[in-house]
Write a protein that binds this ligand. Structure first.
Ligand SMILES: *Cc1c(COP(=O)(O)O)cnc(C)c1O
Length: 410
């Protein structure tokens, strides 16, 4: 019996079914709510003062979201997690919290496109200086430090070149100079790489990719190592507002349960695809961190426990061959994003990085024939067979230089 049994329909439609659940669910249920009731005025006051744990309003904290945040902090070895509405919201919130006018940031050149735009276009508007470097070169990183450098932002392996940054060496350099190191660990997930082991201060992720793994959520997360940074970031996230909704948090948490299994298969399949690509005459070069031919293979083995699912390669025949391959795949899906169970393929020069302009692309080592494959968990022989037929079609389209024909007659 509820208090509202004798209430009017107008009241009932508002209050019916508002039961308090006494049973203990095995997985975090979805608290699809915006706000939480206080028991009384004193309870509300205690929650606002931070004297009692509890929930006030879902932008400030939500049990379903917090369950995911706790899981991510455990996986990365950080203090606590902060779930954000997208990977970009996580990166933006992190940088805005750690930097202020007059500061300087060093950023990897091979980063996710919008991260580059944030650092090069938006941060300078607020008086934050930047230097973009190839963070796979320790000399370049060292030369970029200034007295006001506060943050070094790294993506390793880089996107889409898979260049690897030495996290231990960069953390040492940065910490000696009073700067923090932030790593975007999206390509690896905490299964393949745990940046905090090497001294990294803050890890960010796009949850959209491997962590969720099922191409049905956009989300991000920040995991700081220190409580101090967590507290600053929690305030900033609340004030800036880029939080993750509870339903998305539930889905990502569900996806997370199979992360280790999925990463194992992604790695196994990607390695086979990379080795197969290396054997092809249509391919100029192949990048995969666990290939012996990777320029930083030894560093990869040191700081990564698996190679992940992303393989990049350079097609002979440049832009046209790249486009041709995109139009010829059947099993592989032509789409941006990565890290889902399905194999996705894309051609950065004509797609994700087209807006950068050729000059910036060349600087970021994104060549015209560069193709990126996010190798899924399907049967690997079938993935390879699809790539093979697409490769043949794409390179058949390239006009070969013909010897001039002799005209006969008049
Ligand atoms: C996708 C991605 C992002 C951005 O994440 P969104 O969830 O799309 O905002 C950031 N970094 C890397 C490495 C990514 O792949």
């Amino acid at each position: 019996m509820s208090d509202h049994d004798h209430a009017s329909p107008e009241t009932k439609v508002v209050h019916a079914g508002a039961a308090r659940y006494e049973h203990l669910p095995v997985v975090p249920p979805i608290y699809q709510v915006s706000t939480f009731a206080f028991k009384n005025a004193a309870h509300g006051a205690a929650l606002f003062a931070g004297d009692k744990p509890g929930y006030i309003y879902s932008r400030m904290g939500n049990p379903t979201v917090e369950a995911l945040e706790t899981a991510m902090a455990e996986l990365e070895g950080g203090y606590r997690g902060l779930a954000c509405g997208s990977g970009m919201a996580a990166i933006h919130t992190t940088l805005v919290t750690l930097l202020q006018s007059g500061d300087h940031i060093i950023c990897s050149e091979a980063v996710y496109g919008p991260t580059c735009t944030l650092v090069e276009t938006y941060l300078p508007r607020f008086g934050i200086e930047q230097t973009i470097v190839d963070t796979s070169s320790l000399d370049e990183v060292e030369a970029a430090f200034k007295p006001n450098t506060r943050v070094v932002f790294i993506e390793t392996p880089g996107n889409p070149t898979l260049a690897i940054a030495d996290m231990e060496a960069i953390c040492k350099m940065a910490h000696e100079r009073g700067a923090l190191v932030v790593v975007d660990n999206t390509f690896m997930s905490p299964i393949c790489q745990q940046p905090m082991k090497w001294g990294v201060d803050v890890v960010v992720h796009s949850l959209t990719k491997f962590l969720n793994g099922h191409a049905d959520v956009v989300g991000g997360v920040i995991v700081p190592k220190e409580q101090k940074h967590y507290t600053q970031m929690r305030k900033a996230l609340n004030h800036l507002g880029g939080v993750l909704p509870p339903f998305e948090a539930f889905l990502v948490h569900r996806g997370l349960k199979t992360l280790a299994l999925r990463m194992e298969r992604h790695h196994e399949n990607a390695m086979k695809v990379a080795q197969w690509l290396e054997s092809r005459s249509e391919v100029e070069w192949v990048r995969y961190p666990m290939l012996k031919s990777h320029p930083q293979y030894e560093l990869a083995c040191k700081q990564m426990s698996c190679g992940g699912g992303i393989v990049s390669f350079e097609l002979k025949g440049g832009l046209e061959a790249g486009r041709g391959m995109m139009d010829s795949v059947k099993l592989c899906t032509l789409a941006v994003s990565l890290g889902g169970v399905e194999t996705l393929i894309q051609h950065p020069a004509s797609m994700t990085h087209a807006s950068m302009g050729r000059e910036a692309r060349v600087r970021a080592k994104i060549t015209d024939g560069l193709v990126r494959v996010s190798v899924g968990i399907e049967n690997v022989d079938e993935i390879i067979a699809d790539l093979e037929q697409a490769l043949q079609k794409a390179t058949a389209h390239i006009p070969k230089p013909q010897p001039k024909l002799q005209k006969s007659g008049t």
